[in-house]
Design a protein around this ligand. Structure first.
Ligand code: DUC
Ligand code: ZN
Length: 503
């Protein structure tokens, strides 16, 4: 028999879903941590009770790719601060976010990390961590600063193959992969071919083809496919784990699948917009198409979306992230840059000067639950894997985060049952982010989280649509190493006599 005074909170009458199992039982929580999973747990008079009313309970979501309080492409201003971004996250069932601390060229990474840390501290409605974006891989950074980052609790770096201020050469990428591999760090890659984009963009501009949808014309799937294939080759040379971020096309998905089949530690991420939106969104009247300008672009071929759902179901994709990069539509420092900075004076704006990115932090988890699980595209176990568990494992937070078991943080999402569920229409006025629009406006989905708990406290009430976790309740998560397969170890499968293990 458990001591009834052990618990601060008992969640009764729910069906727990993890990445591997599903079972009906109570959850006993003490000091924000799950201490017992059991049948008919006793509760003292002081113990708080939550009745899940037969609904599924999934681990709090982990959104491992969000841009918050970060300057965007073309110097655009993010519409979300840490407070508003994490308020949006928690309202959609995300209890941990990982955002980006950016190294400025010519500067060190650790000061950027420390400065970014100060902007988040005390401001968040959910737990948070950072990846580091490396823009200038000096020898000192690779040898000395990456290990310092690891000590701080950051065990992943992100690099870009495109964008003038961010892009790295193949040689620089190899340098980073070496340092990352030695430090046990996972490298995330934005894979698009920079020269192809520049060339096509200039050509389109010369011909006056500048409307928002030509953003998609300038970045066809081949651009993503070539860079993905190259990134995988670079990772293979070094035997370094790599995650390809925001995969949008069937061609890139196929390269990743092939690499995984060959046993390489290649991981992949996709996002709600690639699974659910198509390029016709960029043809909206006037300049409205700018609301869906992001990179890689949402695709026009329905087979791309089909391959994204196949990849979500068959394990090609490791994580499902929002790539929340919010720029207000009605903002001269947001999407309107494409109207004001518009040399051809085209009344529909200019895609080249439109900041890339869309908001998605509130809607990511409900969309995957509704469009994935409730529409029968993926199992509940796969949902948990994509929404929480794999991110926790890959980014070194498991089992504190990403699952429901004794010892884990009591970060929980309680869903309604098939009887109590009611259709939910996504509209901007209900969302808790600070962005002034949602690309999913008007979309009818099957459900929205009923209750969200952050470390054993009700953080969001779906009945009233209220965020109850105060700003400042989120904690910085010092991350450890990935527990998913890393370098393949001593093997005779090297490309030739050169062997990264002898470096
Ligand atoms: N593309 C990026 O490269 N970053 C943020 C958002 C986007 O659309
Ligand atoms: Zn991004």
């Amino acid at each position: 028999m458990y001591n009834p005074f052990e618990f601060d909170l008992v969640v009764r009458n729910g069906i727990i879903v993890t990445a591997s199992d599903e079972f009906a039982c109570d959850i006993g929580i003490k000091d924000g941590v799950i201490v017992v999973l059991g049948q008919s747990l006793p509760a003292s008079p002081d113990c708080e009770l939550i009745d899940a009313e037969g609904g599924y309970i999934t681990p709090g979501g982990i959104d491992s790719h969000v841009h918050i309080n970060q300057l965007g492409s073309l110097g655009a201003r993010s519409s979300d601060t840490w407070t508003t971004g994490t308020r949006g996250a928690i309202s959609g069932g995300t209890t941990t976010v990982i955002a980006f601390a950016v190294q400025a060229k010519g500067k060190k990474i650790m000061p950027a990390v420390e400065e970014y840390y100060q902007t988040a501290k005390g401001a968040c409605h959910c737990d948070y961590s950072f990846h580091s974006i490396i823009t200038d891989p000096t020898e000192n950074l690779v040898k000395n600063e990456i290990p310092k980052m690891v000590e701080f609790g950051i065990t992943s770096v992100k690099i870009y193959m495109t964008y003038p201020l961010l892009k790295l050469s193949d040689k620089e990428i190899l340098d980073i992969l070496c340092g990352a591999r030695q430090a046990g760090v996972t490298t995330m890659v934005h894979a698009e071919n920079a020269d192809m984009i520049d060339w096509m963009t200039n050509n389109l501009l010369e011909r006056g083809l500048v409307e928002p949808w030509h953003h998609g014309t300038s970045r066809p799937p081949l651009i993503e496919s070539e860079a993905t294939n190259r990134a995988i080759a670079l990772a293979e040379v070094i035997d370094a784990p790599m995650l390809i971020v925001h995969v949008s096309s069937k061609e890139a998905t196929a390269h990743i699948r092939k690499a995984q089949t060959r046993g390489l530690p290649i991981y992949a991420e996709t996002c709600p917009h690639y699974a659910l939106l198509t390029a016709d969104k960029m043809h909206a009247p006037g300049f409205e198409g700018a609301k869906c300008v992001c990179a890689p672009p949402v695709r026009s071929d329905p087979l791309d979306k089909e391959s994204i759902w196949d990849g979500l179901g068959n394990g090609t994709f490791t994580v499902f992230s929002s790539d929340h990069a919010p720029y207000n539509y009605y903002d001269a420092e947001g999407k309107q840059r494409g109207m004001t900075n518009n040399p051809t004076k085209n009344p529909r704006g200019n895609f080249k000067n439109t900041p890339n990115g869309i908001p998605g932090i509130c809607t990511r988890t409900p969309l995957l639950w509704s469009e994935g699980v409730l529409k029968g595209r993926i199992s509940r176990q796969k949902f948990v894997e994509l929404n929480s568990t794999n991110a926790a494992k890959l980014y070194g937070m498991y089992p504190k985060k990403g699952t429901i078991q004794p010892g884990s943080d009591a970060d929980l999402v309680i869903w309604r049952t098939s009887k109590s569920r009611r259709p939910y229409t996504i509209t901007q006025d209900k969302l808790h982010h600070a962005a002034d629009y949602t690309p999913f406006e008007g979309m009818e989905i099957e459900d929205w989280p009923r209750t969200v708990l952050l470390r054993g406290k009700i953080a969001y009430d779906g009945e009233t649509n209220e965020v109850l976790a105060p700003a400042g309740s989120g904690e910085f998560i010092k991350r450890g190493f990935s527990t998913l397969p890393g370098p393949r170890g001593k093997s005779d499968a090297w490309i030739n006599d050169w062997n990264p293990h002898e470096m």
